[in-house]
Every structure is written in structure tokens, then in C-alpha cells.
Design a protein around this ligand. Sequence first.
Ligand code: FES
Length: 210
Amino acid sequence: MAHAEAYKDPGTPDEQSRRTFMANAVIALGGVIGIGLTIPLIVSLLPSSEATTDQWSGLTPEEAAAFKKATDKMPVKVTFNVHETNGYFGATDIAQFVWAVRATEDQVKKERPELFEGADKLPYPVVSMGFVVFSPVCPHLGCKYTWNTAQSKFLCPCHGSIYSEFGKHEAGPALRGLDPLPLREYQGKVQITWIEYQDNNPHMIIQKVG
Ligand code: FES
């Protein structure tokens, strides 16, 4: 057989199964390397709670005052500007918001143990300053969900996912609960790190920080 034609030769059954085994082994090895690289990469993207990097967005005193309106039964929307720098537009401020829920670590841990231990343990405090703050982006396909006072639940209007006040996924097509974001008080200012996580994935995989 001509050399150039050799790759078309399906080979004997033994050769075929050897090739299948090798192909699967390469894919599996790639997956292991990928996970090994992804975890340090994710952690390295996140600012530590002592960091002064501009990945932390500062809230104005008026914006920070919104936290005080949250009660045990009523999360509040807190708006703030995420400071972004890119090659096309330079520095810009993008208006965003989070949902702030009054919480203790025990309350959140009871409903969302996966955030505190195991493979999906978050590398930053889930509860800070007596609050957990959730990204407003539905982890199903990225719509903005809202708080429904009558039901005391977060409801997504797009495909009907329902979440408890502590972000536990209770119904609908989403594959995980709501995504907590880093919150801290630093030098007298309330700061939040804006993180976009991959949608439609049971795990919180970082897409973008800040
Ligand atoms: S985007 Fe929220 S349920 Fe689909």
C-alpha cells in the first residue's frame, strides 16, 4: 500500500481496538491535564481578600447604604459600577448589580454545603459582613432573575428556574444554585468582585473576573 494511503487502512480488529484505546487514553490524559491547569488558573484569577487590585469594585456610600435595607426575609438589589479596562475603549465603568441576602455562614452552609467543601468549595468567603451577595445572572442560560416577595424565592422569567433565598436551586432547568460573589469591607469601603461564571454547567467555572 502506498505510504500516503496508509492512514486510510482501517487495519485488523486488533489494530482498531488498540487505536481506539490510544485515542481514549489521549483524551483522558488531556482532561486530567486540563483540570490540573484550570484549578490553579481559577484561583490565580481571584483577588485575595487583602489584595488592592482593581478587580475589587468599590461602592459609593449611597450604594453601600442599600445593604442596610435588606431584612431576613427581603434580599435587596445593590447597584455599583464595575471598572473595566480594555484595548478599544480604555477605562470604562459598567453598571451592574448583585442581590444581597442577610445570612450567617451556618444558614448558607445548611442549604449550600457544596460551596464550603469538596470540589466546588469557593476560594473566597461565601458570607462576609453578614451577607451573601449573588451574581444576578441565572446560572441556566444567563437571564436576570428577580426576587418574588409572595413566594420568598428568586424566580427566573426565562425558563422557570426557582432558587431559595440562599440561592439553592429548587426547580427548573438550571444545573446549579446561584453564584455568590466576593464581598469585603476594605479601608472603610464596601467592595465586590464581579465574576462571570459559565452558564449551564453544574460547576462554577470562571469565565471572566472584573
Ligand atoms: S436562563 Fe434562567 S431559567 Fe433559563
